[in-house]
Design a protein around this ligand. Sequence first.
Ligand SMILES: O=P(O)(O)OC[C@H]1O[C@H](OP(=O)(O)OP(=O)(O)O)[C@H](O)[C@@H]1O
Ligand code: HPA
Ligand SMILES: [Mg+2]
Length: 179
Amino acid sequence: MDQVIERVLLTEVEIQKKVEELGAQISADYEGKDLLVVGILKGALVFMADLIRAIQIPVTIDFMAVSSYGQGATSSGAVRILKDLDRAVEDRHILIVEDIVDTGLTLNYLLDNLRSRGAASVKVCTILDKPNRRTIPIEPDYNGFVIPDEFVVGYGLDYAEKYRHFPYVAILKREVYER
Ligand SMILES: O=P(O)(O)OC[C@H]1O[C@H](OP(=O)(O)OP(=O)(O)O)[C@H](O)[C@@H]1O
Ligand code: HPA
Ligand SMILES: [Mg+2]
């Protein structure tokens, strides 16, 4: 076990089972529709790669990179676009893919931003949801796991850009981010 980990919250096997379920649900809901899956970098990278392979209908993909957390464990509040979509999204059905919805600031910004571009619909799929931390009342349309108010890493999630590669989701030891 890695020295920085307090405990594993979700194992690789638990996550993969959930991803299959989400993929099946999304495939059924978007059958016959022109689906554009938009991954939010960098955190969604790992989940996005797994999720699109669990979706059984044709999809196209694109990415945005936004940042509100910078180097730390708390959000600065201001969301910045670091990388925008490659193409226009008018009349497309967009599914935003996130690793986590925490305060809701990032998602609120993304929903406003993408809806203003004339998409046919904009929904959200996240693998993790921390509802206790919400400052903006916003709910994902598809959610993998509701988790407690602990700072987690792995499966794409970082602390100061580290630990994204862990195949599980784990609670970071407090001493790692409070020292
Ligand atoms: O609900 P919120 O409080 O807005 O937090 C959730 C967002 O914060 C993280 O991104 P971050 O800005 O850390 O960028 P990263 O994906 O590159 O780690 C995470 O990937 C979500 O996008
Ligand atoms: O718990 C978290 N871990 C990593 N990044 C995050 N961004 C929002 N919440 C978290
Ligand atoms: Mg981050």
